[in-house]
Design a binder for this molecule. Sequence first.
Ligand SMILES: [Cu+2]
Length: 428
Amino acid sequence: MFSRFFSRVGLLAAPFLAIIMAGCSKADMTVRQSTLDPKGPVAQVQFDVFMATVWLVVVLFVLVGGLLVYAVIKFRARPGDENEPAIVEDGHGNPLIEIGLITASIGSLVIIAIPTLNAIWYTDDVPAESVPTSKLSVWYPRVEGGRENYAKTVEEQVLEVDVIGKQWWFRFEYPQLGLTNDAKHSVPNEMVIPKGVAVRINLRSEDVIHSFWVPKLAGKVDLMPGRKNHMWLQASETGHYYGQCAEFCGDSHAYMLFRVEVVEPAEFAKWVQRQKAPAEPVAVGTKADKGKALFAAKSCVMCHNVGGHFGAGAFGPDLTHLASRKSLAGAWLDNRDPKAQLALEQKTGNTESSVEVDRATLKANLIKWIGSSGVAHGADGKTLTKDVKPGNRMHYYKMFNVAGLRETNQKFTAEELDDLAEYLLTLK
Ligand SMILES: [Cu+2]
């Protein structure tokens, strides 16, 4: 009878176990937004706290479960019991067991609390020892009066990034480097940081509560309206990391993603220079030139800055270097060739490896994105397209002097969409 019971339980449990184990392969642990694959000290510390808690819980589970199984077996009904049920005497407590259990519970809480508190202090702000003092400011040689002027203090070596949350995209600013929205040099969707450098992240919101989360690097801390929050992170390997807003913030919350591109320090210095450069001039008479004129005529200028071309807009993402970014619209649309990207990830076994921007994919994304405005037209000018991002502030927005494209009832022909896309593709 006993073995029959177990064979039944086994039959039931097998498929569940199989499902659970299927989630445990190495590839599944290292998916794009896995917290189980830390790639920096902050994520590592958070992972360690998690694992410490898991192991403690495993011990408790085995202890409690073991006692339960022991009791089930030891006091199980035996043949003949039906006629003569065993009467168990009521217990009235056992002080030794009770005090023991209370002590054990407090003990487990303390065991969890010590690494947790340690981690909270460690992740709160850049600890002085995490900054490599021997290589002063390798990531950014400041040039002053023709001489290289490296950071002198440990504090100066911390790279500050202001992260601004908006419905529904993130804007990144680097106040130490002059890359700010006020200076018309902000960076939407993709935060670029040098490898091995401690980055202090200042979290701000321009509307509602958002939350900043890059599972492989650190997370998550809220961006609160009217409040300054901060955190820090450091990446130990170069690559393309995936992040996401982790606090429900309205219609398009699920489409509010971002990326973190970790590069070698020398590469980072070059990137900073590129961000400050204005957009290339557009050759007269080309499709891109027509697109540029449309950009001014169709109210795009009202919300977007294109350094060197148009400088009025500050409400939407800065488009000066749009075509160099691997994603669009809160990183919801990916500008890389999906097949090539998948093949690369499978080859390297690493989701941080990334192919470059693919012109055709980017162009299709631009047409899809801009074309979903007004009474939405598809690229053929007829098919109604679905909202790429429900409620997004480009197509639906009515406030003061910024009205969304739907409110201004903008419609585009397939040719106009093509011209606009050709123009935007020049913004490298
Ligand atoms: Cu959000």
